[in-house]
Write a new protein. Structure first.
Length: 365
């Protein structure tokens, strides 16, 4: 149920799924090392002769490398980001069990799964692992790097660490440093997981009841008062129990534990907490100034987890960045759902960028 490792599989939708193995020791930001690092990834389309059609997607907390599945509408055969024009790459993050090395993987030193002995990693480590993959794929230039939420945290870090490699950057519903509010939400979820004593049993479904509660807590930050009001309102006034909202929370928790494990969730939320582009750099604002990509920052108006002020901050500190706010009844998760609005705003940004480039070329000719 947990491992979807595919080795060099060409799927029916024409995409290519594979796993990259790094044969040296992978050094984490905290100095710890992971042997035999695996990075699962999928590609769609072909790298062109100039190697300048790469779209790299960084996924959020519980997604996987199959971006055509979870970002359908923005990515797909007939979408803005399509395999006809682009070479689209999406890799599973370190710590997630959709094919990359994670706490359920076997530790080559002990021959046993890591579980809670897995080393803690940061957003920068997620990026470093994907930079190795990019180099393995012969990609030294990314036409457009895009990510939302935890995916946006990776995209902003990548753009700071390798500014010359990223031409265009799209950051959605994300931030420059994870907020005290966001960390508190994550800690509450981890408290739910660790209250489930099976978490310490080191078994694949350990902590799953706790994870169900964690997802229930998280949903309150991914959705809004009005989303619950419109989708979970009762049609009768005489109920005193068994409300739709309760069943929804239970259903969503069950849905997650059927496809995700508590260990990956625990470590990935800690990685999210670690996000701070200013760490070991002069300041957050100075780090953002290192970005040279043509940048669009998109926020969701009623996102309670990553409020608009965070995207405004990014746009104000990244040189020349544009800012756009979208409305979504969903709140934070709107970045995964409002694909028509995203296609529209990103499509316009790409057109404007092309025009700017033509004008620049005319001036320098
Ligand atoms: C292998 C994989 O699955 S890969 C990973 C896929 N997931 C990801 O990539 C992570 C990112 N995606 C997500 O977080 C989510 O899928 C989102 C945000 C995009 C959409 O969330 P959803 O849960 O689909 O939407 P929403 O909140 O409207 O809930 C709808 C679901 O709740 C169910 N539901 C709605 N109200 C109730 C209720 N009162 N009681 C019980 N169930 C309910 C619906 O029947 C529907 O069920 P379904 O998912 O089985 O079709
Ligand atoms: N709903 C997203 C997390 C919010 O960014 C996910 O499950 O990946």
């Amino acid at each position: 149920m947990y491992n979807s490792k595919n080795d060099n599989v060409k799927s029916t939708s024409g995409n290519f799924a594979s796993t990259y193995s790094y044969n040296k020791q992978f050094k984490l930001e905290n100095g710890k090392k992971i042997r035999n690092l695996q990075v699962a990834y999928q590609t769609y389309g072909k790298l062109n002769a100039n190697k300048d059609n790469v779209i790299w997607v960084c996924h959020a907390l519980t997604a996987n490398a199959d971006v055509f599945e979870w970002w359908e509408g923005l990515f797909g055969e007939n979408a803005l980001f399509n395999p006809e024009e682009h070479y689209i790459v999406c890799a599973n993050v370190l710590g997630s069990h959709y094919g990359s090395t994670n706490p359920l993987s076997t530790n080559p030193i002990t021959g046993l799964p890591y579980y809670l002995s897995f080393p803690q990693f940061t957003i920068r480590d997620l990026v470093s692992a994907h930079q190795l993959l990019a180099s393995h794929l012969g990609i030294d230039y990314i036409k457009l790097l895009i990510g939302g939420s935890l995916g946006g945290q990776q995209a902003v870090e990548w753009s700071i660490s390798e500014p010359n490699k990223i031409e265009n950057l799209i950051l959605i519903a994300t931030n420059a440093a994870h907020s005290p509010w966001g960390i508190a939400f994550n800690e509450s979820q981890r408290l739910a997981i660790t209250t489930d004593r099976t978490f310490y049993a080191n078994q694949p479904n350990g902590g799953s009841k706790g994870l169900k509660t964690a997802r229930s807590i998280a949903l309150l930050s991914y959705r809004t008062y009005s989303a619950y009001g419109s989708t979970q309102v009762e049609s009768v006034n005489d109920k005193t129990d068994n409300f739709r909202s309760s069943s929804y929370q239970n259903y969503q928790g069950e849905k997650l534990i059927n496809r995700f494990n508590a260990y990956s969730y625990y470590y990935l939320t800690k990685a999210m907490d670690s996000h701070n582009v200013g760490r070991n750099r002069k300041s957050i604002a100075d780090a953002l100034k290192l970005i040279t990509a043509n940048t669009l920052v998109i926020g969701i108006e009623n996102d309670v987890l990553f409020p608009l002020s965070e995207q405004k901050y990014l746009a104000d500190h990244i040189l020349g960045a544009e800012f756009s706010a979208l409305h979504s009844d969903y709140g934070h998760d709107g970045f995964l759902i409002e694909t028509d609005a995203l296609t529209n705003v990103i499509g316009n940004f790409i057109k404007e960028s092309r025009n700017k480039k033509i004008i620049k070329l005319q001036h320098t000719a």
